[in-house]
Structures are given as C-alpha cells and as structure tokens.
Design a protein around this ligand. Structure first.
Ligand code: C5P
Length: 299
C-alpha cells in the first residue's frame, strides 16, 4: 500500500495575457498563453487522522495552513467526489513566490490533487482531474499539464502548444504580494468607458514559441494586466527598467504580478541580469529558471 506520495509542480509565466471585458459572472475571458518554468513547489501527501497542512520554504508565513489553502480545498474536492473523507497530511515545500503572479497557489492545488489521487487510488481519468482543477481555479488546470498551452474561457480551457526550444528567464520577486481579484478590478477601472477588444492569441507569439525563437518571443510578449499591476504597485516600473538596462531582451509583469519576468538570451545572460537586478535594489530576490517545464509529476 502507498503510504506517501510527493508531487512536483512548476510555476508559470504568461507570455501573452490578453484580457477581455468582465463577464456577467465577474470573470474575464482570456487568451492566456501559459509557459511552465522550472521553479517548483512540492506537495507530499501522507495518510492522517484529519486534514492537516504544513509548509516549509520561502515566505510560508504568508500562506494559510487551514482549509482556506487551495491545496486543502483540492483534497476536500477529490475526497467528496469519490465519497471518502479527506484525512490526509499535506506538506508543501514552497519555492514559487507566494501571491506573485506565478501560479504558486494553483501549483499547490494541482499538486495536492494529483498526490491525493495517487494516495487514494481513485482511478480518476485525466479529464476528470482537469475538471476538478478548473473548479479549484482558472490557472490550476495548467499547473497539472505544464509545458505550454493556450488558455481560453477564464483560462481553464487548455489547448497544448508546440514548443521549438528552451527559453531562459530571470524573475524578480517583489516585496509582498498582489491580490489577483484586486488587479482585475483595477483593469476594469482603467478600461472603464473604453471598448475592450475580444482577447485573441497573437499568431506571431505562437510562431515564436513553436520555433523556439527567443528574439521573436521577446518582441511579442504582452500582458494586459501590466498597467493595472503597475497602477497598484508603481515601484515595479523601476524593476522592469533595471532588467532592461541589464540586458534582458524583454521585461514584463508576470500574470497579475508583482513578480516581474525577464526573457534573456542564454544561461550566461541570465546570471548577469539576475546579479544586476539584485544589485539595483529594486527587488527583494531574484530567481533564474528555464522553460518549458513538465506539469505536476509524481516523484
Ligand atoms: O480562478 P481564480 O479563483 O484563480 O480567480 C481569482 C480571481 O481572479 C477571480 O475571483 C476573479 O476576480 C479574477 N479572475 C478574472 N478573470 C479570470 C481569472 C481570474 O477576473 N479569467
């Protein structure tokens, strides 16, 4: 009998985040091009008398350890679906910035779902797991599949995308987090009274991914939430400028922020840009990571 299961789950960066007008349900239709990057959280599931969460690693004092944690909700959702009690100890080892726009909470949810699924031998199909992921949050299905994918709807309807090569990234971690709903609300405020176009994936960006062409990807990176994130956190502009000045090919806010992402030419350039960003004093920490990365995987 399996007594413990550990799942490794990657962070993501949005290489295109096209945001439409708010829908009646409050969500926004997206053309969301996700790319998984090699920064990982791990979730270990062990049978227990009751549902319990513990955590170690970066900024774990900022994540809830009660049932409001998305990982706990994943265990409860899976248990309810299969008519069992969610008695499991989930231990989360965090390396993905907390509330940083890199899907750290979504990664933990996908990791908990996969770990509990293996521990409880539910026999759920991949599609059933993806449906449960979508119930947990818009970004959770992508954390399960990894690689590169276009997310439509609120981001949960995924189409895998071909990737022709690796990309090198530096991420600058900001002080504190940003609330995703608050960033979307700011997007609504900034776009009020304007005609927000239907979100569409950019063919030039998809071609750059398929070709593994870093320069073309750098020219095509866009994030419709960037203005909103900068409006709520104006200091991010200095971080973006510092990365560009240090030689990054492109700089943008990752998802809803406040982590900023810098696409660089190669591993050597990544080290130089990371050092310059840290020395600039415009961020709290830097991380270097490559893409793509595999989705949630039992290790
Ligand atoms: O899906 P998730 O729970 O991660 O979304 C968090 C919040 O982000 C939503 O409650 C909503 O305010 C905002 N959101 C949105 N449109 C999306 C995804 C998220 O407005 N496509």
């Amino acid at each position: 009998m399996t007594t413990t299961v550990t799942v490794r789950v990657p962070a993501k960066v949005n290489v295109q985040l096209a945001v439409g007008a708010a829908r009646p349900d409050g969500f926004h239709d997206l053309a969301n091009v996700f790319l998984a990057v090699g920064l990982y959280d791990e979730v270990t599931a062990t049978p227990a008398d009751t549902l319990r969460i513990t955590a170690e690693g970066h900024d774990v004092d900022r994540i809830p350890l009660d049932r409001t944690n998305l990982a706990a909700r994943a265990a409860e959702l899976l248990a309810a679906r299969y008519g069992r009690s969610p008695d499991v100890h989930l231990h989360i080892t965090k390396d993905i910035p907390v509330a940083g726009g890199m899907a750290g909470g979504s990664a933990d949810a996908a990791g908990a779902l996969l770990a509990c699924d293996a521990l409880w031998s539910t026999g759920a199909s991949r599609d059933e797991l993806l449906d449960l992921c979508a119930e947990l949050g818009s970004d959770v299905p992508f954390s399960l599949v990894g690689g590169a994918a276009l997310g439509r709807g609120r981001g949960e309807l995924l189409t895998p995308l071909p990737l022709g090569g690796a990309f090198h990234w530096v991420f600058a971690v900001a002080d504190g987090g940003l609330s995703t709903p608050a960033v979307y609300r700011e997007f609504d405020r900034l776009t009020a009274g304007t005609a927000v176009p239907e979100p569409e994936a950019d063919p030039a960006l998809l071609a750059a991914l398929a070709a593994g062409d870093t320069a073309a990807l750098a020219a095509a990176l866009t994030n419709d939430l960037q203005a909103a994130a900068l409006s709520l956190r104006p200091s991010l502009a200095a971080t973006l400028d510092a990365g560009t000045a240090a030689g990054a090919l492109a700089s943008l806010v990752s998802g809803s922020g406040p982590t900023t992402a810098f696409l660089v030419k190669d591993a050597e350039s990544a080290q130089a840009v990371a050092a310059a960003l840290l020395a600039s004093g415009t961020c709290r920490a830097v991380r270097v990571a490559d893409s793509p990365a595999a989705g949630a995987t039992v290790i």
